[in-house]
Design a protein around this ligand. Structure first.
Ligand code: NAP
Length: 271
């Protein structure tokens, strides 16, 4: 049990299992009180009880389906009103591993709803409140598929590319206002995420590419402590990201011009 002063409240989505549940434990040990969000009340309360018992921090569980508009508004409301909230971890999400031709578009739409729409609405609820208080942090759980859309289902990769781009834009817009922003890009991590068609569990992946959830969260928090905007735990040579990002920034400075590039100034082909 700890009676140390709270560092504020961290609201973590998808905290009933996997990466979110480990974030709950680690953030409580760092002195945060918690609001945990997910659909499965029993699992969520089990995480809340365990973390609270082991750390002495105040832990509240809020059952919510972030693909349900009324439930989502409830969580947005909490982010807007609860002035103790100092950290939002946008972690809830799921993926798809099958190619387009073998995928159910209804399930893909559901994935966009949670990975993109819910994450965006929660960010838009938290950011103005953080700016008003001049402090706060947002951690967005993206994925390595944000920069490797060919690895799994393309729409899944696109949802995570969105999360990465949104995070980078938030860094641009909000870092001067005292707000910390981080995108975490996990590679394959040993969670229930992989219990999906086309894979059937992380045990079916090559062991050498699967990271434990404990190592993943420890590395993500080390990246946060180091002030990184983008943290890629499995990337061994961090310079590769630095070079890639530098090239992107140079390119993005060359994208405004009233004239098409010379390579497009060809005479029209006769039809
Ligand atoms: P997980 O164990 O399946 O956890 C997913 C969490 O999201 C659960 O707590 C789940 O809780 C919650 N969730 C799912 N749909 C929800 C909904 N509609 N409303 C509210 N909560 C919902 O998988 P995980 O690996 O920890 O995934 C966490 C994040 O990491 C995801 O964004 C995923 O894309 C990302 N990620 C994972 C990996 C990996 O290899 N594991 C790699 C890269 C990125 P309920 O079922 O109780 O709602």
């Amino acid at each position: 049990m700890t009676n140390s002063q709270s560092r504020g409240t961290a609201l973590i989505t998808g905290a009933s299992s996997g990466i979110g549940a480990v974030y709950a434990d680690r953030l409580a040990r760092r002195g945060y009180d918690l609001i945990l969000v997910a659909r499965n009340t029993d699992k969520l309360q089990a995480v809340a009880r365990r973390v609270s018992n082991e750390t002495g921090r105040a832990v509240n569980a809020m059952t919510a389906d972030l693909n349900n508009a009324a439930d989502l508004r409830r969580i947005e409301d909490v982010l807007g009103r609860n002035a103790t909230i100092a950290l939002l971890v946008n972690n809830a999400g799921f993926g798809a591993a099958t190619p387009l031709l073998q995928s159910d578009v209804g399930k893909i739409e559901e994935m966009i709803g949670i990975n993109v729409t819910a994450l965006t609405r929660l960010t838009y609820a938290a950011a103005p409140a953080f700016v008003e208080r001049g402090t706060g942090a947002i951690i967005n759980i993206a994925s390595i598929v944000a920069i490797g859309p060919e690895i799994l289902n393309g729409a899944y990769g696109a949802t995570k590319a969105y999360v990465l781009a949104l995070t980078q834009s938030l860094q641009h817009e909000l870092s001067e206002k005292g707000i910390r922003i981080q995108a975490v890009l996990p590679g394959a991590t040993a969670t229930a995420f992989w219990d999906i068609p086309g894979v059937g569990g992380h045990h079916n992946l090559p062991g050498e590419i699967v990271m434990s959830v404990e190592d993943l969260v420890a590395a993500a928090l080390a990246g946060f402590d180091a002030g990184e905007v983008v943290t890629i735990p499995p990337l061994q040579d961090g310079q590769e990201w630095t070079s890639y990002e530098a090239a992107r920034r140079v390119l993005s400075g060359h994208l405004g011009n009233s004239h098409p590039a010379p390579r497009y100034l060809t005479s029209p082909k006769a039809v």
